[in-house]
Design a protein around this ligand. Sequence first.
Ligand code: IMP
Ligand code: MG
Length: 189
Amino acid sequence: MYMHEDVKEILLTEANIRKRVKELGEIISRDYQNKNLLLVSILKGSIIFLSDLLRAITIPVKFDLMTVSSYKGERTSGGKVHLVMDLKQEVTNQHVLIVEDIYDTGNTLKFVIDHVLSKNPASLKICVLMKKEKKEPEENPIHLDYIGFVIPDKFVVGYGLDYQEKYRNLPYVCVLKDEIYQRKENLKI
Ligand code: IMP
Ligand code: MG
């Protein structure tokens, strides 16, 4: 398998992801049979997962995109979330499934859930490709209806996820070599 020189460890291979996304598509297709299903995804990290999941769904389905910004630091999430681009599709009376790349602090999802609920969907569920396993229990955990993988609490890139906008094109999910972060962090000092 092609391995980028900046990669330290591959956590999810292309084959792992393909198999699991197909399973999720089958489960979702079964659960939403005869319902108006609208997938709602958050740019940019989720688009690769969304496009694969869409093709694994075998019932009629629409999708829409929104952009939020949740920046706090280079490799930390959990800052205040802002709406950058709203949904264009009608949400009222649609069964909305939010499709997110990764659940870390849950901060982004909390905002998106409240935003979608304010538009009165027929129902709302959450699908994440990855959930980071935390040592400490969360204070207000969000119920995740579909989880692709539970992964260690590490910063990962690939399959849509970035570090400084790079590595989104890697077809697997991986951890980068420490020096990739150190290089940049040293420059700032
Ligand atoms: P949360 O709000 O802390 O749950 O973080 C969610 C968002 O932060 C995700 O949609 C990602 O865009 C980004 N994020 C969280 N963890 C990672 C990671 O390990 N690698 C790349 N982006 C991440
Ligand atoms: Mg990101």
